[in-house]
Design a protein. Structure first.
Length: 523
């Protein structure tokens, strides 16, 4: 029974000790409060000046412009148009450079005079001087000569699209009826394939002649046709003429394409090439004579118009970076602004729009430029989609961007403006009460007191239950407990009180004898 009491007491003392230790370390529970804010995040909402706003252009910066003026932020889509006209009536030597066609021989004579550029040539197989004083031979049957003019345009065509173009030229010439043409009757032994002909051409090319395209052309079919019967193979007949004749141009679409292609190599320069060829077919087995007295380009004209090209994906924007949203939870966000356009938007770019971008992420709702009006309109944007673009404890960057979604040609300026821009953020902040000063640390004292209490309790219980009884009594109590529990016990010898007194006296007499027998130390 006493042992169980001892165990309970020891357990309670230990619990008391650790309770004291735990209590000494408890931190007071702090209260907290929720604060709600609704804050305008942009400065200079009315664009009184350029303060706080940063502009940026991506793509072709020649297509768009930005300006803050009159209390508005403006986006301008720049329009322009131009044209080029070149007239050579006639071509003059100051503007044209004579150039041999490397694929053919040069004609007997060539040049530029007051009536245009020309060649003259006579094919003569007999090795004697021909009409122009040049010794004949069988190799001189295909002469050619070019005249080249370099065009310098006032605008860089990389930013323009040619929208219309035309070319024209007038030629004339004279030849002899000794030319064999389809329909002529040749003398005995003569033969004809394609016949003799003159060819006039206008070409355009890039300055390095990598791209070279024919844009106008004429080939004679009747020059030299017999008038008074067949002409012998090595004689002269009559002089015949082709009157002023227009060259045949390519279709306008092809002309625009060719001009565009040659300008891809140099956006401000290209070459115009005037060319005159003569083909002299050998029609007789003996000596043949074919005479072109004068083949001439009298005048030439090339013109085209162009409009400014607005490149796809070009953007211009205004942005402002506000403070960090120092909060736990963003509860809402809203945005509003006024907008208008000075001229109704073109149908050539139906997908272009004004976008709002928050922290680099585009908001899903946009405003098509085709929906703009010349009078001011207002828009307000709010909801989960806008709030989700924000992140607590990060700064907020708001961007208004003009986005060109389609490439198109533009001849006029379009000015889009925005004003009264607002961006509000609603958020919640958890603010705990100030942390109080920590209480004095009584951990050591508490532990000492607890330990002392446990020791004193243990000693007290042991004394009350065990040590206040004599040894012999304690043995008897032990035997009794074993008997109660049914345990085996050893025999316990019990002395009577007389025997106990006799034993004590005997022990005392023995002690006195020891003291008598011991000699004094000073003897």
């Amino acid at each position: 029974m006493k042992i169980r009491l001892f165990k309970k007491t020891l357990f309670l003392g230990t619990v008391l000790l650790f309770s004291c230790l735990l209590f000494a370390q408890i931190t007071p529970v702090l209260a907290q409060e929720d604060y709600y804010y609704d804050v305008e995040w942009l400065d200079n909402n009315g664009f009184d000046n350029s303060s706080f706003w940063v502009t940026e252009t991506l793509g072709d910066d020649q297509d768009v412009d930005d300006a803050i003026t009159g209390g508005e932020a403006t986006f301008t889509v720049i329009g322009d148009e131009g044209g080029y006209i070149f007239n050579a009536n006639p071509p003059l030597s100051d503007n044209w450079t004579e150039s041999q066609n490397p694929e053919f021989i040069i004609p007997d004579i060539s040049g530029i005079d007051e009536t245009g550029c020309y060649i003259g040539h006579e094919y003569l197989e007999e090795p004697v001087a021909n009409y122009f004083g040049v010794t004949g031979n069988q190799t001189r049957n295909f002469p050619s000569m070019n005249w080249v003019h370099t065009v310098e345009l006032p605008d860089n065509m990389s930013d323009y699209v040619i929208t219309s173009a035309s070319v024209s030229a007038i030629v004339n010439g004279s030849g002899d009826t000794n030319l064999e043409t389809p329909g002529d009757t040749l003398l005995s032994g003569g033969y004809i394939g394609v016949g003799d002909y003159a060819r006039f051409s206008i070409n355009v090319a890039d300055p390095n002649n990598i791209e070279n395209y024919r844009i106008a052309y004429n080939k004679t079919t009747t020059l030299g046709r017999d008038i008074s019967g067949s002409v012998g193979p090595n004689t002269y007949g009559e002089m015949v003429y082709i009157n002023d004749t227009n060259l045949v141009p390519v279709d306008e679409d092809l002309l625009i394409l060719y001009l565009t292609k040659v300008l891809q190599y140099d956006y401000t320069n290209f070459s115009i090439i005037l060319g005159i060829d003569a083909y002299c077919e050998d029609n007789y087995p003996s000596y043949d004579r074919d005479t072109f007295y004068d083949l001439r380009i009298k005048n030439f004209s090339l013109s085209f118009t162009y409009e400014k090209k607005i490149d796809q994906f070009t953007t211009v924007s205004y942005s402002q970076t506000g403070d960090v949203v120092e909060c736990t939870t963003i509860t809402n966000a809203s945005m509003s602004f006024d907008y208008k356009i000075d001229t109704l938007w073109t149908s050539s770019s139906p997908n272009s729009e004004i976008q709002t971008i928050i922290n680099g992420k585009k908001y899903s709702e946009t405003i098509k430029l085709s929906d703009f009006d010349t009078t001011s309109q207002s828009v307000e944007i709010f909801g989960i989609g806008l709030k989700d673009l924000l992140t607590p404890n990060l700064s907020v960057t708001v961007q208004f961007q003009l986005y060109i979604a389609d490439e198109f040609e533009n001849t006029i300026d379009y000015t889009i403006s925005i004003d009264n821009v607002h961006f509000k953020v609603s958020y919640m902040v958890f603010t705990p009460d100030p942390i109080p000063d920590p209480p004095p640390n009584y951990l050591g004292l508490t532990a000492g007191l607890g330990g002392a209490m446990v020791i004193l309790s243990t000693v007290f219980i042991l004394y009350q239950t065990v040590f206040k009884f004599p040894v012999y009594v304690r043995k008897i109590r032990g035997v009794r407990r074993k008997i109660r529990r049914g345990l085996k016990t050893k025999p316990l010898r019990v002395q009577s009180r007389i025997d106990q007194v006799g034993s004590m006296n005997k022990a005392k007499i023995n002690l006195d004898d020891l003291e008598v027998k011991s000699p004094p130390k000073h003897l």
